[in-house]
Write a protein that binds this ligand. Structure first.
Ligand code: SF4
Length: 346
């Protein structure tokens, strides 16, 4: 039986920060010392591990997200997603640097071709938040970023392949890029007749809701392309009232909003948290879409949840939630033509 827990967001109202998203992005916390001080965590316990993890994959957390973390609670599910730990230095069998083997699917720098009808553009290698479990934490962005020099080659490759009907902006987080750059890509893609949709994979409207600004809404709503935004929210406490407002603006601009979560030990590996997440997403106009089984990336083994546990959790959700609020449990398997659903009754 799932016990619903009330999310903390209503209980902890947070002042809206009036800085622009660019200001908030550049003021992100990147120092382990500052993070521990801000969150009232004992440096004697946490600092050495945080420095070690930070050396492997830099700490980065923006202010609006930081404000949703409960100070003094090392088990806070939002903190666990961003706090570097010494465990990240452990090497474990089966946990590798490129778990999805993406490096073999890059015909032109910045363009990933894994699926027949979809192409993925890596608009930027930067993120607004560095998630410790990220499957791209070792990705060589410097060698694979889309450059203005390669733009013509990428566009002609997309024009020549009439099977492609959807382009995905990925990264990094594509919304770290300027609206000028993104809108110019959207315009060029809209000139290719067989492209119908632009999908944007992003965490930014959640971690810095101010990113949903007038200039973003303008190019999203004025394109002939159908706009789909796939958000990445793992825990209901990531959705506060500012996020809800930002997502409402995206929806009003005609953007279809979906969410994908990653199943993470100590963050969202209980049925009540996942059920709350689905309900809260729907309250914000977002459909839960995928629940990803953990990708075995080196440095993040401590987030791993077994497939049996993952199946059990989703079976519990099926017994409690309407079908449209139950995300599909999937895994990305290298060389498979799409996500692979996990058999819930295996
Ligand atoms: S925002 Fe996405 S791409 Fe960036 S670190 Fe987090 S999971 Fe990885």
């Amino acid at each position: 039986m799932i016990q619903r827990t009330a999310t903390r967001i209503e209980a902890r109202p947070i002042d809206h920060d009036t800085r622009s998203w660019q200001q908030l992005l550049s003021a992100s916390v990147t120092s382990p010392e500052v993070l521990l001080e801000r969150l009232q965590l004992d440096p004697a316990t946490w600092l050495s591990g945080a420095r070690e993890g930070d050396r492997l994959f830099q700490l980065r957390v923006p202010e609006p997200y930081l404000q949703r973390i409960v100070p003094g609670d090392p088990a806070d599910p939002l903190l666990r997603q961003i706090l570097p730990l010494s465990a990240e230095a452990d090497k474990r069998p089966g946990f590798v640097r490129d778990p999805l083997q993406e490096s073999g699917a890059i015909p032109i720098a910045g363009l990933i071709r894994k699926y027949q009808s979809r192409a993925l553009l890596m608009v930027t290698g930067q993120c607004a938040i560095n998630c410790r479990y990220c499957f791209r934490r070792h990705f060589p962005y410097d060698e694979n970023r889309l450059s203005p020099r390669d733009r013509a080659d990428v566009l002609s490759s997309l024009t020549d392949d009439t099977r492609i009907n959807e382009v995905i902006f990925s990264g990094g987080d594509p919304l770290v890029a300027s609206d000028r750059l993104l809108s110019s890509w959207a315009e060029s893609l809209a000139d290719i007749p067989h492209i119908r949709r632009l999908r944007i994979h992003t965490r930014l409207p959640v971690v810095i809701p101010q990113r949903v600004c007038g200039s973003l809404l303008e190019w999203l709503s004025s394109s002939r392309l159908q706009m789909v935004m796939v958000l990445h929210v793992n825990h209901p406490a990531e959705l506060d009232n500012h996020t809800r407002h930002a997502l409402g603006r995206l929806k009003a601009a005609g953007v279809t909003l979906l969410n994908q979560s990653v199943l993470l030990r100590g963050v969202n590996d209980t049925a009540d948290v996942l059920a709350d997440l689905s309900e809260r997403l729907f309250d914000c106009g977002v459909l839960p879409y995928y629940l990803h089984a953990f990708d075995p990336v080196e440095g993040a083994h401590h987030f791993d949840v077994s497939d049996d546990r993952a199946r059990e959790l989703v079976r519990q959700l099926i017994g409690t939630l309407p079908g449209f609020l139950v995300p599909k449990l999937v895994r990305e398997v290298p060389d498979k033509p799409g996500k692979t659903p996990l058999d819930l009754f295996a």
